[in-house]
Design a protein around this ligand. Sequence first.
Ligand code: IMP
Ligand code: MG
Length: 194
Amino acid sequence: MPAKKKVRTLHADLAEVLLTEAQIHRRVKSLAREIKEVYGDGELTIISLINGAVMFTADLMRQIDNPVRLDCIRVSSYGGKTKSIGTPQVIYNLTLDIAHRDVLIIDDILDTGKTLQLVGQLVRKLKPASLRTCVLLDKKARREVDLEADFVGFEIPDKFVVGYGLDFNERYRNLPGIGVLRPEKQTVGDWAKG
Ligand code: IMP
Ligand code: MG
């Protein structure tokens, strides 16, 4: 069946498909239930790390029926190619007032942990009532700082992945599933992370 073939391949530049659109959708739904158990019916202020967390944030938010405020922050580092190196820097900052609010930071993937650590430090200075973190993917093997997310969609192996918001050189964000990029496709020069 043509539809099945499409799911298996997703894109010719992928060596393997790690998560299909359906698997992601199911997990996003159950993550929303976990989040709801913690927050009850209270209002949430979501801080989404763009661009990578755009798809995940949009899907997760729509599974949560609490009152929600949304803000975005963009952090960049690099540096390198498919490895996070260097110190992340804020290139687009928050605009909402988050003092005394219950804040949930959402990112696509927790890798070394430097990005979430930086954003966590910035947000804590703004005195939220509470602060938690939610990531779709967790590459535990790569952690360089002492940080775990409160909500994790999937733990994945130490492989460079793209799709569902995750990019290489700003490409592949629009793939509906997530897959491992072929090594020979990971060689383009200057790419910015976000
Ligand atoms: P960290 O600061 O090392 O935790 O990096 C987190 C950021 O690096 C994520 O928000 C992503 O933008 C990017 N990143 C880390 N691993 C991958 C990957 O496998 N594919 C695409 N982007 C990644
Ligand atoms: Mg990112």
